[in-house]
Write a protein that binds this ligand. Structure first.
Ligand code: CA
Ligand code: CA
Length: 118
């Protein structure tokens, strides 16, 4: 018998993950850090859903035409960041890893929009 597969899953796993000092309780700081991570994971999830939906040719990356259909790009209109802003390897395509690494795609769009309004 080994204990190889004794990894917790479900809510307990989440708790364990959030309880960074492993004292069996969640301090407010641990809770808010965990919550923030959960929120950003959820945001990432939504972004990934969008990404998959937009990648109409299933190439695993977005080309310029596909990028233009991103909800936030449509929403930001002319003030949307150009695809090249996220196309860090300059291959004229965005893979999800690139978006994820740049992270703040939606935040950028919001900021740009704000700048324009103000
Ligand atoms: Ca703790
Ligand atoms: Ca594609």
């Amino acid at each position: 018998m080994t204990s190889a597969s004794s990894q917790a899953s479900g809510p307990n796993a989440l708790f364990t993950q959030w309880d960074t000092n492993h004292d069996g309780t969640l301090s407010p700081a641990e809770f808010s850090a965990g919550w923030e991570k959960l929120q950003s994971d959820a945001a990432l999830h939504r972004l990934h859903d969008q990404f998959v939906a937009l990648d109409t040719d299933r190439s695993g990356s977005l080309d310029a035409a596909e990028y233009a259909h991103l909800a936030l790009v449509k929403h930001a209109g002319a003030s949307a960041p150009p695809m090249s802003a996220f196309d860090t390897d300059k291959n004229q395509r965005l893979d999800f890893e690139g978006i994820r690494q740049r992270g703040e795609l939606s935040a950028t769009a919001r900021t740009e929009q704000h700048k324009r309004t103000g």
